[in-house]
Design a protein around this ligand. Structure first.
Ligand SMILES: Cc1cc2nc3c(=O)[nH]c(=O)nc-3n(C[C@H](O)[C@H](O)[C@H](O)COP(=O)(O)OP(=O)(O)OC[C@H]3O[C@@H](n4cnc5c(N)ncnc54)[C@H](O)[C@@H]3O)c2cc1C
Length: 412
């Protein structure tokens, strides 16, 4: 069998690895448009291995996050990658948040989050001596990793199994032709495959449409800025300090995060990005035109004015941004934080303006698309990969797929 995976983020490489494992004789190729792996969301995130606290029980997120965490820990151990179970607290600052914390804890229990418990304000200060709050959920197994390093390790396993990882190959055409699927890249590569799986993150909707998938759900990009604590303030945060999430919003809120390199970040906030890959803040007109012309976005904006105003204030003023974090750790010195990295989230939105919460996998026959894989997508990647391959096998008989005779350029 010949299989291609479009996208060299953590999910694409994980799907390629899973295909190599299930079909040892298959020829598996990852096609990534950038000159490196993990160039987008996977390389611009918080680096947290989530333990499954937040997600509706029974959802794909709940299931695949818990499975993904275990698979990720095992993989990191095998490759000698840093994987630190530094633990996380979700902090309620007052009685109102405390009530929401109880509802969240019920989810954590239903999702089997290992070791999760409610702690008092006094216990919180034993775990995180500089944090303030009336109560918290403590999740001792929540961990941190470097997802770029994890992606490189997964890609190494693909290569070791005989697969290929091709960089600088932007897929621009996907054409199903009976029992095969033809791919063409901007660089001129043309190949046919028995199976194509697309894991294109911020471009997920566009790439799916190349193969004839419906327009929706659309990707709307949300920018998230981080700032970093100066070195002497890093001891203020031992692990991960999170707010109780706002139930009206899909993002987890500004958190204080320790990273495996020892740095500590605050962030990310969340506001509309000027482009799907505009890390420098410059507008990408095609992306902006699409958002502005999409009725779903305006319905979303109209329904979320207070949150949008709050996030816009954090975007406009670093002081406001840091104030959000200081309500959890008051000793953070707002005058001394420095700008940190930036991430852009691929958030799927439906035509009614609803943010699609769960992972979405679509497609038919021999083309499968991962269309929505927001956080905890990195944590869940290895489990998403197994799920995608299971679903594909349930729908498509690949057992009869024979390696094709060479048709022109062999990508390897
Ligand atoms: C700010 C932020 C914080 C986050 N924090 C966390 C966290 O702490 N923990 C967690 O579990 N998750 C977190 N996430 C979510 C996580 O990063 C994503 O779920 C995950 O990285 C998705 O992986 P992916 O492979 O689908 O996407 P990506 O990493 O975006 O990869 C998609 C790849 O497809 C490539 N591509 C696109 N179009 C084409 C084409 N036509 N041809 C070839 N290649 C193409 C892109 O170049 C890209 O490399 C966070 C995300 C963001 C943005």
């Amino acid at each position: 069998m010949r299989a291609a995976v479009v996208g060299g983020g953590i999910i694409g490489t994980a799907v390629a690895r899973e295909l190599c494992r299930r079909f040892p004789a298959a020829q598996v190729t990852v096609l990534e448009k950038e000159d490196r792996l993990a160039a987008h969301q996977t390389g611009h995130n918080s680096g947290v291995v989530h333990a499954g606290i937040y997600y509706p029980p029974g959802s794909l997120k709940a299931r695949l996050c818990r499975q993904g965490m275990d698979l990720l820990r095992e993989l990191a151990g095998r490759h000698g990658l840093a994987y630190e179970e530094c633990g996380k607290v979700v902090v309620a600052r007052d009685e109102r948040e405390s009530a929401r914390l109880d509802a969240l804890f019920e989810r954590a229990v239903a999702n089997g989050v290992p070791g999760a418990r409610i702690v008092s304000g006094a216990e919180l200060r034993e775990i995180e001596p500089h944090a303030v709050g009336v109560r918290a959920i403590h999740s001792p197994r929540t961990a941190i990793v470097d997802y770029r390093a994890v992606t490189r390790a997964i890609a190494d396993e693909v290569r070791a199994a005989g697969g290929a990882v091709l960089l600088g190959q932007e897929v621009v055409a996907i054409t199903p032709r009976g029992r095969t699927v033809a791919l063409r890249t901007r660089a001129g590569l043309e190949e046919s495959y028995d199976l194509v799986v697309t894991c294109a993150g911020l471009q997920a909707d566009r790439v799916a449409r190349l193969a004839g998938d419906p327009v929706g759900p659309r990707i709307v990009p949300f920018l998230g800025d981080y700032v970093l604590l100066p070195e002497d303030q890093r001891p203020l945060v031992r692990g991960l300090i999170y707010p109780v999430p706002d139930p009206r919003y899909p993002f987890l809120g500004v958190h204080l995060t320790r990273h495996v390199d020892g740095s500590v970040s605050l962030g990310p906030n969340a506001f509309l990005a000027p482009g799907r890959e505009s890390y420098d803040g410059r507008p990408a007109w095609r992306d902006l035109r699409e958002v502005v012309g999409f009725g779903g976005f305006w319905r979303f904006a109209a329904g979320n004015v207070p949150v949008a105003v709050r996030e816009a204030r954090t975007a406009a003023s670093r002081r406001v941004f840091v104030a959000a974090a200081r309500s959890y750790v008051p000793d953070v010195d707002p005058a001394r934080v420095v700008p940190g990295p930036r991430g852009i989230r691929a958030q799927a939105m439906d035509a009614r303006g609803g943010l699609v919460d769960d992972f979405v996998i679509t497609g038919r026959d021999r083309v499968v698309h991962v269309r929505n894989a927001p956080s905890p997508g990195a944590t869940s990647a290895l489990a998403i990969a197994a799920y995608v391959v299971d679903e594909t096998l349930a729908r498509t008989d690949l057992s009869s797929a024979q390696p094709l005779p060479d048709e022109g350029t062999d990508p390897r």
